[in-house]
Design a protein around this ligand. Sequence first.
Ligand code: ARG
Ligand code: ZN
Length: 416
Amino acid sequence: MWAFLVLVGAAVASAHLQDQTFDGHKVFRVIPQDNEQVEIIRSLASKMKLDFWQPDSVKMVKPKRQVDFRVEADKTLEVEHLLKENKMDFNVLIDNLQTALHAQFDSKVRGTGHSYEKYNTWDTIAAWTADIAAENPTLVSRSVIGETYEGQPLYLLKLGKSGTNKKAIFMDCGFHAREWISPAFCQWFVKEAVETYGTDSTMTKLLNSLDFYVLPVVNIDGYVYSWTKDRMWRKTRSKNTGSSCIGTDLNRNFNAGWCELGASDRPCASTYCGSAPESEKESKALADFIRENLSTIKAYLTVHSYSQLLVFPYSYTYKLAKDYNELNTVASAAIQRLTSLYNTNYEYGPGAATVYPAAGGSDDWAYDQGIKYSFTFELRDTGKYGFLLPESQIKPTCEETMLAVKYIASYVLDHL
Ligand code: ARG
Ligand code: ZN
């Protein structure tokens, strides 16, 4: 009897129990062929709660462009019926989201502590930031650049050998809560830096000549919420006046064509731009830090998922950036490095044309501040698991991404 209870307890703990269950939820993929079919998806979205995975808003659905969205359990039959009735081809990417949600925890690494090959909770990541700095005092230091809406400290790690007049590269992860592979990459990058300094010639050169600022999780409140309450949460957790809906999309909250294209001014939308640019404490803290260090920061990298893309400005306009040619060349070479490892296919290009127009992003803002080398990564995969990328893919994903990041950093160093 007691043994049975203990077993049940263990099963519940390892199942990462959440308040929200996704039993029976499905993720559909449709490629609308024409405007009429786009309209059908729009009307579907207005009739029921659809969670758009890719693109991230119904407004961005276009003919011939694939769209992935989550449907709640009691609506899946109706959606299937409607799609069939209108002769629209579709795939069910994920048949039962709750099953996929458990399947992501497939790491072979045992135990509850920090691991680079597991998704770590915020508490574990926070403790790790202190430990990695304490263990590598000549290479890593930790500071706090602000706090989140719920009062969590925004930890920033600075990596690099001490030196004078060093330029820096800023990289952040975890803008969007549900994109768990992103914080995993920032942790992996720090690990690689401390473990390969002195043996890997590229890394040694980079850390001798440059500093890296790594912000492992920007949207900490959302990340915590995605672990404890709703795995599919995207936005921050701030209250909105006059609405019961929570949160702002941090990557629509920067002062770059703010709230014009591909963003929503409705607080309930998943791409809500906020009440003003930098209305969120998290985007404000990040922007303040970058403004204060504008003379040293030469590159801005921000890590998202999923889609396997490397995009650069602009996303708030279809106009090509002044540095389009150079950025495109750098992106192409970076992706060539990334693909060389596991043959993972990536696309690259300016945001608006390559993905969709989406104003208020941190990449465009950083670029307009004068940080020429500004890139957004969208890591694995292309939709098989989407945001629920299994832990067994953390290592290969991070390994290949390292090659691209090291390429960009080396390029920046060579062009100071
Ligand atoms: N999926 C990312 C987002 O929607 C794309 C970011 C590209 N950059 C941008 N400024 N929209 O936030
Ligand atoms: Zn994102």
